[in-house]
Design a protein around this ligand. Structure first.
Ligand SMILES: *Cc1c(COP(=O)(O)O)cnc(C)c1O
Length: 227
């Protein structure tokens, strides 16, 4: 099988879909995945695809223009000089990871007349290898984020450090949900919705769903191991 599993991509998608409640959005992470595998997933009904490298994503989008109802999600770190192109090519950004980037995207979104849906990437556990807000800093910067009126801030995104036990992962996802609830209950941020929780990858998506994820981002489990 092209994904290296005993099952084909359609069979994997069937198995995964059976485990995901209807209100959880399955996002297929297609980084490093071939165009034909993406088309196969599309033919199975997948419409949400996520990429983390801009150049690679744009090249693929050009080749997949006929699949015009795909919703593209950006999940990688955004360098300032790439921000405009990300806005031009993606309707969702899960990886908004600093106030500086938020303000830059906000300004560009106004210029381009777009209103991207975004999630704020939080580091719920310390992780030197990841981008994202630490919780106290995020809470301090909410007033400025609330002023980014051209961004549709929809919730939080979390990636956990490697090597956690299932208990630790569940606890970290639950803390992420509670953080979203805390922000929502403050009720003074008219521009900050906290209804989306983008959390859960191939190794931990069921735990994320248990903790309240609304979007799971699955690559390996659908398409097989990346090189
Ligand atoms: C690669 C990636 C995923 C998918 O990871 P898998 O373990 O292959 O499911 C999800 N989220 C982000 C941010 C990623 O970079």
């Amino acid at each position: 099988m092209e994904n290296g599993f005993i099952n084909s991509i359609p069979q994997q998608i069937d198995l995964i879909s059976a485990k995901i409640p209807d209100n959880v959005r399955l996002i297929a992470v297609s980084k490093q995945v071939s165009l034909s595998a993406i088309r196969t997933a599309y033919d199975c009904g997948i419409r949400d695809f996520a990429e983390n490298r801009l150049q690679e994503a744009i090249a693929k989008q050009e080749q997949l223009q006929d699949l015009s109802d795909i919703c593209w999600h950006f999940i990688g770190h955004i360098q300032t000089n790439k921000a405009r192109k990300v806005l031009e090519h993606f309707s969702w950004i899960h990886s908004l990871d600093s106030l500086r980037l938020a303000q830059r995207l906000n300004k560009l979104a106004a210029e381009l007349s777009v209103s991207p849906q975004v999630c704020l990437q939080v580091k719920i556990l310390p992780d030197p290898n990841k981008y994202g807000w630490e919780v106290p800093e995020l809470l301090r910067q909410l007033p400025q984020l609330n002023q980014c009126q051209h961004l549709k801030i929809q919730g939080l995104m979390a990636i956990l450090p490697l090597g956690l036990s299932p208990e630790q992962a569940l606890s970290a996802f639950t803390q992420t949900r509670k953080l979203a609830e805390t922000i929502e209950h403050q009720q003074q941020w008219s521009n900050l919705a906290m209804k989306e929780l983008s959390m859960g990858m191939s190794g931990d998506y069921l735990l994320a769903i248990e903790a309240g994820a609304t979007m799971v981002r699955l690559g390996t489990l659908i398409f097989g191991k990346r090189k």
